[in-house]
Design a binder for this molecule. Structure first.
Ligand code: ADP
Length: 448
């Protein structure tokens, strides 16, 4: 930490901007690169200690280089009854992912909300601990999020005010029992009905997860390439879609709902879910159960993996993706309208619809991966123009993008324009105060 402080002070002396990364695996949103080529990458991946894991209070304290794979391995090796919420790509860091508001469908899948206490270095080199970490010799740092005054953790998320050197994060306690219901929905236009059904179960507290309702390409792109189904340019056509769905035995939408608790609680919730699903047209499902004592490999916990990144091979060796992540209301009708609109927009540009709707308590997060061929310059141009248009179109409908690739973050920030861009002005004032030399990640979100 003292070394990082020294580097930041030196960067100030020589006016050299730094771009901190934890493991640099922020795939789809920028990866290990800076917004401006002039920045030096401050690679923190070798700060990779798991400083503490506390079982009774279910939290950990980690350094930036700790990946989901490393933490999972640690919990396994020490046989600890804690479950990790894992995002799509397990080689990324816990800190980088939480700072950029990464998600999973676990009950702990809103990773930013699990942060409890940061240690960070401001742009001028001052070392700060947030929350109870600000009290010398307190044992409460990872146990209590709010103290007196503002909760400062939040301003260091997706911002460029500080370099985080330690983070506390809450983990899920292993339940006594779990179950999974793997659901296939045959028709594209049944999306609204599925959402209404699962949202009702969520409101009742039957489902604690934020289940991802994923389009068939989310699975198909992991085990096949577009060229297996269709030749020629353009979005996947109807014949290819029918052939793919039949051959791979997928629904148009596929969902995995998990349940956790005591065995009787899980049984009760399972009955309720089965009953509701039976009413859905074109819906089939498969159930599996686990109980403490049975092999842990059959439990319904998140297991980090790097396989998810293989879906870009949908377009061959030069496949790449940028992700479009937007929050919409918990409404079946609105979700279907949004899906139809995105499918149309993407198809007009020759792109396929790799999409997942994460059902949260008060909104749905829709993440669409725009998979393109990075060797095809025309396609890159098309994706760039499309992405900028999509940002403005969703803003016109009053929906906010919550995460975007570096090149588009200033465009997204500009859509939050109430009061003559008052929020942008506030962000800029904070930047001046916390990083007066503008050393840290200049240009991120249009803040320099
Ligand atoms: P991951 O490896 O977890 O996928 P990255 O290391 O690529 O994530 O980080 C994603 C982004 O988050 C970076 O570009 C940077 O803006 C921010 N970030 C990551 N780690 C830190 C950190 N320790 N301090 C400040 N910002 C960070």
């Amino acid at each position: 930490v003292a070394d990082v402080q020294e580097i930041i002070r030196a960067a100030n002396r020589f006016a050299v901007p730094l771009w901190p990364i934890s493991r640099g695996e922020n795939l789809g949103y920028g990866g290990a690169r800076s917004f401006r080529d002039a920045s030096l990458i401050l690679d923190l991946s070798r700060l990779n200690r798991i400083i503490e894991v506390n079982v009774p209070d279910a939290f950990c304290l980690v350094e930036p280089g700790v990946s989901f794979l490393q933490m999972f391995d640690y919990l396994e090796r020490h046989d600890l009854p804690l479950w990790l919420s894992v995002p799509g790509y397990g080689a990324g860091s816990i800190i980088g992912n939480a700072l950029e508001r990464g998600v999973s469908s676990s009950p702990y899948g809103d990773h930013a909300a699990q942060i409890c206490g940061l240690e960070l270095i401001l742009g001028d080199g001052e070392l700060v601990r947030t929350g109870m970490g600000a009290m010398p010799h307190s044992g409460m740092w990872q146990r209590q999020q709010a103290t007196i005054g503002p909760r400062y953790d939040e301003i260091f998320l997706q911002s460029n005010y500080g370099v985080v050197t330690k983070m506390g994060l809450w983990l899920m306690r292993a339940p006594e029992a779990s179950a999974a219901i793997e659901i296939e929905i045959a028709e594209r236009d049944s999306l609204g009905a599925v959402i209404e059904c699962l949202a009702a179960l969520k409101r009742l507290g039957v489902i604690q997860d934020s289940p991802a309702i994923a389009s068939y390409l989310t699975s198909a792109a992991l085990c096949s390439a577009k060229s297996d189904w269709m030749t020629g340019k353009g979005a996947l056509d109807q014949n290819a879609e029918t052939l793919l769905l039949r051959t791979l035995g997928l629904g148009w939408w596929n969902v995995k709902v998990r349940l956790y608790g005591l065995p009787d609680m899980v049984s009760l919730c399972l009955r309720q879910v089965e009953q509701e699903l039976a009413r859905l047209p074109g819906c089939s499902f498969h159930i599996s159960r686990w109980q403490k004592g049975a092999p842990i490999s059959s439990a319904h916990r998140g297991v980090p993996s790097i396989d998810g990144a293989g879906n870009v091979r949908w377009l061959g060796e030069n496949g790449a993706h940028i992700d479009f992540s937007v929050a919409i209301p918990v409404s079946g009708a609105e979700a279907l309208k949004h899906a139809r609109w995105m499918i149309r927009e993407l198809a007009a540009c020759g792109l396929d619809y790799h999409s997942a709707f994460y059902l949260r308590d008060r909104h749905i997060l829709n993440v669409v991966q725009l998979i393109f061929d990075q060797a095809d310059e025309e396609m890159c141009q098309t994706v760039d123009v499309l992405y900028r248009r999509l940002i403005n179109d969703v803003a016109m409908r009053g929906y906010g993008i919550n995460r975007s690739p570096l090149d588009y973050r200033a465009d997204v920030a500009a859509t939050f324009s109430f009061g003559g861009n008052a929020i942008g002005n506030l962000a800029q004032r904070l930047k001046r105060a916390l990083d007066p030399g503008s050393i840290l990640s200049p240009g991120k979100d249009g803040l320099s």
